[in-house]
Design a protein around this ligand. Structure first.
Ligand code: P6P
Length: 336
């Protein structure tokens, strides 16, 4: 009988028991992360009611206007994770440099990278937004943390996941043993197992890309997107266009319904020749989930999980979703 009354902590402890080397540190880390997400979920769900919408007036490292709610989410995550005593450092999409754990706080060997509130441009209009996270282990034997400790390829991730805040708050995560989803029951404040062993359909019916940038695309990108719009594709009919403009929401839909999300390189912003999305806090964690759910993720040439980062906020083109759709897109993008 599907045991859907399982809380995410029970699920974590079960996994911990099955991992002979487990010390409980990882479970503790996830527990603190989940607590932070519950706080963020509470604020997101009442954002329309309190003066937490709108802009702080600050500009983040990405050059983007910082909205109050993603500033709040960033501060909650940093504070809670510093209390956890499990991390040695963290990196946020909102912060230019790595964030070390203060000397007066206990430390561990884990590294956390996160986008505190992805899709935040949608906050004011009640569109789903999300927190994306990636967990790695410090591998250097230095007794201090440097940027280099974070520049590990996606395959080095210990775990990855996201929280999506919408009609319900759902946590989706993987530790490399498949993908599971948990839905927050606000009446008891617990995430309950709602989507065990998620498998992404091998081929979808949806393509997701911001077509307003087509004037900035090269011929390969145009040919790739045209393939999904064509009645001559492998399906024999055009894919449906869906684009929410919130990566977590677009990804979450394709995880269950199948399909492909594309954010290709384009020429719209010379400062961002490889597209808008960040490798460490967006593409790599979602690629880990996609592959664990039977899907795929490439930069149009090779696996996202194989890319060795050279910078903390490195951006990459992203083609992610159903395996057959991503393989097709990558085939066209490679020009063969
Ligand atoms: P565009 C949100 O700002 C975000 O980082 C992702 O969540 C989303 O997929 C993308 O940017 C949307 O970008 O250029 O289409 O508005």
């Amino acid at each position: 009988m599907e045991n859907t009354g399982v809380t995410v902590i029970e699920h974590l402890l079960l996994h911990q028991k099955q991992s002979p080397m487990a010390t409980g540190q990882f479970t503790r880390l996830l527990t603190e992360l989940i607590f932070a997400a519950k706080i963020i979920s509470r604020e997101v769900n009442k954002a329309g009611l309190v003066d937490i919408l709108g802009l702080t007036g600050d500009i983040n490292v990405q050059g983007e206007q910082v909205r109050k709610l993603d500033d709040f989410a960033n501060r909650v995550l940093i504070y809670r994770m510093q209390q956890a005593g499990i991390l040695c450092a963290m990196a946020s999409e909102e912060n230019a440099d790595i964030i070390e754990v203060p000397d007066n706080r206990p430390r561990g060997d884990y590294l956390l990278v996160f986008d505190p509130l992805d899709g935040s441009s949608n906050i004011d209009v009640n569109v789903n937004i999300g927190t994306i996270f990636s967990i790695m282990k410090k591998t250097s034997d230095r007794n201090y943390v440097t940027l280099e400790d974070f520049l590990q390829g996606g395959s080095s991730q210990i775990a990855a996941g996201y929280f999506i805040y919408g009609p319900s708050t759902i946590m989706v995560y993987t530790t490399g043993q498949g993908v599971d989803g948990f839905t927050l029951d606000p009446s008891v404040g617990e995430f309950l197992l709602s989507h065990p062993s998620i498998k992404m359909p091998e081929q979808g019916k949806v393509y997701s890309v911001n077509e307003s940038y087509s004037c900035y695309w090269d011929e390969k990108v145009k040919a790739t997107v045209d393939y999904f719009k064509s009645p001559e594709n492998d399906r024999g009919k055009p894919y449906t266009a869906r684009y929410i403009g919130s990566l977590v929401a677009d990804f979450h839909r394709n995880l269950f319904y199948g399909g492909i999300f594309m954010y290709p390189a384009d020429k719209k912003d010379p400062a961002k020749p490889h597209g808008k999305l960040r490798l460490l806090c967006e593409a790599a964690p979602l690629a880990f989930i996609a592959e664990q759910a039977g899907g795929a993720a490439t930069d149009g040439k090779g696996r996202i999980m194989d890319i060795k980062p050279t910078a903390l906020h490195q951006r990459v083109p992203l083609f992610i979703g159903s395996k057959k759709d991503v393989e097709k897109a990558t085939h066209i993008m490679s020009g063969v």
